[in-house]
Design a protein around this ligand. Structure first.
Ligand SMILES: NC(=O)C1=CN([C@@H]2O[C@H](COP(=O)(O)OP(=O)(O)OC[C@H]3O[C@@H](n4cnc5c(N)ncnc54)[C@H](OP(=O)(O)O)[C@@H]3O)[C@@H](O)[C@H]2O)[C@@H](O)CC1
Ligand SMILES: Nc1ncnc2c1ncn2[C@@H]1O[C@H](COP(=O)(O)OP(=O)(O)O)[C@@H](O)[C@H]1O
Ligand SMILES: [Mg+2]
Length: 281
C-alpha cells in the first residue's frame, strides 16, 4: 500500500504555463443537488472552481441556481430537466461528477442514465449515484466509455460491492474494484484508494474533525479539478487530490474543533500555491 505524502502533491501541482486559458485547465460538470440537497452540489462545485478547474458547470434542480451564484458566480448552470443541455455539457466535459445530493427517485435515475450514456472521459460516481447503481440493474447495463472513479463511504461501498464493513479487506476491495473496472476511493478514517492499474494507496492523515455532511461532496470537486487540469500520472493526481482534502483539514484543525467542508474549499487556492512552490506550510 503506497502511503500518500506531501511529495505526491508537489509532484502533481505544476506551475501554470503563461499562455494558459480557461480551456487549458479543464472543463468539469457536476450533476447533483435535487430540491432538498442543493448544498451537496454547491459544495462540490465550489471545490472544483477553487481547486483550479478552468470551467465548471453545475447541472442541478433550478431551485439551487440563486444559492449557487451567490456563492460561486464563476460556475455556469444547467437545469437538470433540460436533458439536451445536460447531455451536451457532459459530453464536452473532461471530468464529470455525478451523485452529490442527487437523491434516488425517478428524476435522479433519468438524470443519472443520461450521464452514463454521455460521459466519455473521466466520470466520478459519488453519493446517491453509487446507491442507485448498486440497486438498479438497468443502470448497471449502461457502461459509459469513460474512466470510472467511485468515491464511496463504507456503507455506499457495502451496497455497491456487497462486502460488509468487516469484509472490506484490501484484497477483497481490490478484487471488487477490478470487477467494476474502476478506481475506488474508499472513504474512511485512513481512506484507501484502489486504482485500476493495480496500485493501492492510503491516507494516514485526516480525522473526526472532518465528520460533517458535505465533506465527501467537497472531495469530489477537488478530485475533478485535479484530474481536469493536471497532466501525467492519473493515479498520482487522484492520490494528490485526496491528500490535499485531508491535509487542509489537518492544518485547519490545529485551531478548530470541527472543520467545515466550505472552509476546506476556501483554503484550496493558498494551499495549492504553497505546494506548487514546494513551500512548507
Ligand atoms: N448538504 C447536503 O445537501 C448534503 C447532502 N448529502 C447527500 O446525501 C446523500 C446521501 O448520502 P449519506 O451518506 O448522507 O446517506 P446514505 O448514503 O443514505 O448513507 C447513510 C447510512 O450510511 C452511514 N454513513 C453515512 N456516512 C457515512 C460515512 N462517511 N462512513 C460510514 N457510514 C456512513 C449512516 O450511518 P448512521 O448515520 O446511521 O450512523 C447511515 O447508516 C448523498 O447524495 C450525499 O451527497 C450528504 O453529503 C450530506 C450533506
Ligand atoms: N473520522 C474521520 N477520519 C478521517 N476522515 C474522515 C472522518 N470522518 C469523515 N472523514 C472524511 O470525510 C468524508 C466523508 O465523506 P461522505 O460521508 O461521503 O460525506 P458527505 O456527507 O459529503 O456525503 C470522507 O472523505 C472521509 O474520509
Ligand atoms: Mg457522500
Amino acid at each position: 500500500m503506497h502511503v500518500i505524502t506531501q511529495k505526491d502533491v508537489e509532484n502533481v501541482i505544476q506551475k501554470r504555463i503563461e499562455t494558459g486559458h480557461k480551456g487549458t485547465f479543464g472543463r468539469v460538470s457536476v450533476i447533483g443537488g435535487n430540491a432538498n440537497m442543493g448544498g451537496a452540489a454547491i459544495m462540490a462545485v465550489q471545490a472544483a472552481v477553487k481547486a483550479g478547474a478552468g470551467l465548471t458547470t453545475c447541472i442541478s434542480h433550478k431551485a439551487n441556481l440563486t444559492a449557487l451564484h451567490a456563492r460561486v458566480p464563476e460556475a455556469m448552470f444547467i437545469d437538470y430537466f433540460d436533458n439536451d443541455a445536460l447531455c451536451k455539457s457532459v459530453f464536452q466535459s473532461n471530468v464529470v461528477v455525478v451523485g452529490p445530493g442527487l437523491g434516488t427517485d425517478e428524476t435522479a435515475k433519468q438524470v443519472f442514465s443520461s450521464v452514463l450514456k454521455n460521459a466519455n472521459q473521466t466520470l466520478i460516481i459519488d453519493g446517491s449515484a453509487i446507491t442507485m447503481l448498486a440497486e438498479d440493474d438497468q443502470l448497471k447495463k449502461l457502461t459509459p466509455s469513460a474512466k470510472i472513479i467511485f468515491t464511496p463511504h463504507e456503507i455506499e461501498w457495502q451496497r455497491l460491492s456487497g462486502l460488509s464493513q468487516a469484509e472490506q479487506t484490501p484484497a477483497k476491495n481490490a478484487a471488487k474494484a477490478l470487477e467494476l473496472n474502476a478506481d475506488v476511493v474508499l472513504k474512511k478514517h485512513g481512506t484507501e484508494i484502489y486504482h485500476l492499474s493495480g496500485k493501492c494507496s492510503k491516507l494516514t492523515i485526516g480525522g473526526p474533525y472532518m465528520s460533517t455532511g458535505g465533506m465527501g461532496d467537497t472531495l469530489t470537486g477537488i478530485c475533478a479539478a485535479f484530474l481536469a487540469q493536471f497532466k501525467g500520472d492519473q493515479d498520482q493526481i487522484l492520490d494528490a487530490a485526496v491528500y490535499t482534502h485531508s491535509d487542509i483539514a489537518d492544518l485547519l484543525a490545529k485551531e478548530r474543533y470541527v472543520v467545515l467542508p466550505s472552509e476546506i474549499a476556501d483554503n484550496l487556492q493558498k494551499y495549492m500555491k504553497h505546494r506548487c512552490n514546494g513551500q512548507i506550510l
